[in-house]
Design a binder for this molecule. Sequence first.
Ligand SMILES: *Cc1c(COP(=O)(O)O)cnc(C)c1O
Length: 458
Amino acid sequence: MRQPKTAGMPDPRRSVPRTDTVLADPRIVAAGANLSPAVVKATVRVAQARARSGQIAPDAVVGEAVAGLPQAATSLRQVLNATGVVLHTNLGRAPLSASALEAMVTAAAYVDVEFDVETGARARRGRGTLAALRAAVPAAGDVLAVNNGAAALVLATTALAAGREVVVSRGEMVEIGDGFRLPDLIASTGARLREVGTTNRTCLRDYADAIGPDTGCVLKVHPSNFRVEGFTSEVSVAELAGLPGLTGLGVPIVVDIGSGLLAPDPLLPQEPDAATTLADGADLVTCSGDKLLGGPQAGLLLGRAELVERLRRHPLARAVRIDKLTIAALEATLRGPLTPTCVALHVSAASLRARCDHLCAELLSDGVLGPGQAASLAPEVVPSPGAVGGGGAPGLELAGWAVTLPQAFAVALRRHDPCVVCRVERGRTFVDLRCIPESADDAVLEAIRSVALQRDPG
Ligand SMILES: *Cc1c(COP(=O)(O)O)cnc(C)c1O
């Protein structure tokens, strides 16, 4: 059917530029350089359809398509973590160090991950990373790295106790987060849970009574994300290791320490570490790579060489294998400079105070904001305890400071580019610089200024 036309006016639908023409436009070529041709084409088609239906002018197709193209091939956005929570699970736990980042870029190409360039023969996957881990924890006879902490635990209980019993204290039957419960995880491996003791008290006798020929392993789990106080008792690894029944039957002690501290940290006296746990008599220690270790998502297994070898040879090991990017980042985390996690945990309250004072002073006096705008911000420097997060060191407060702003800033700063994620407390937005690299303090200042100017153009 012919469409009616206005006399003398060409049908705008006929002048919608052809797909090939739009795709060849330099503006589209530039904006789509890092995107798949299919994504670019689909976006162009949407703009053409809008022109055909008269929603936009034909000559606006290119501009419309450019505006509709994704900014990058990834939909993930970097955020500035101004929450004061160091291992923020929703923000991806540990941020990587510059060396880990560089290592990942190296590993992203063809790389000798399982290849010996000298001999041209196959080599053990991730050997450099495992050597770095062994060097970091000399008490470990051997080490293995898998996909994450939960995978490390599943591999250990499957290889050591499938079809048999895993003896665990009732006080250690924890939920990791997001509904994942360790008892369910262990049951999924085909091992039977043998619970001993009570929620608040478990004694050596409870373990001794439960251990027998059907025991695959004894498991101790660090209840990282909660604390039991009052009338409590638990059995230490050292006490367990001294239990004659265990050694007699050759039952291994597996300890899930959770956070991945390799050696003690005086700042975190309640956090178990791999070296001490092994020295206390654990046969196998499991932990995460992206919590206190400050590395990529990974699960580490450290302990007696013959146990680690059994795990390495188990068929499940292949299903929880870590990828080459993780192998690279983990080694660089172990061999590289202090991790951003370590820096954020140990930054002094005095230096946080000085940075907050500076931020506050800049906001109040730099002439970018008018006096009215600055006054309506009412920034204040207040004490603001930071937290370890990621289910680690519950209740521990890290001394620090924050700048507070009106509550509405939290949403606006989150929607700002770059995105700044703050904490809201007592009707105020808390901008906590603990987890912000000092070099990004100016970006935070700029974000606050820009939000203040938008809200109150003066
Ligand atoms: C975090 C944690 C896990 C899970 O580790 P992921 O790396 O998140 O899989 C298991 N056990 C304990 C005690 C933990 O703290």
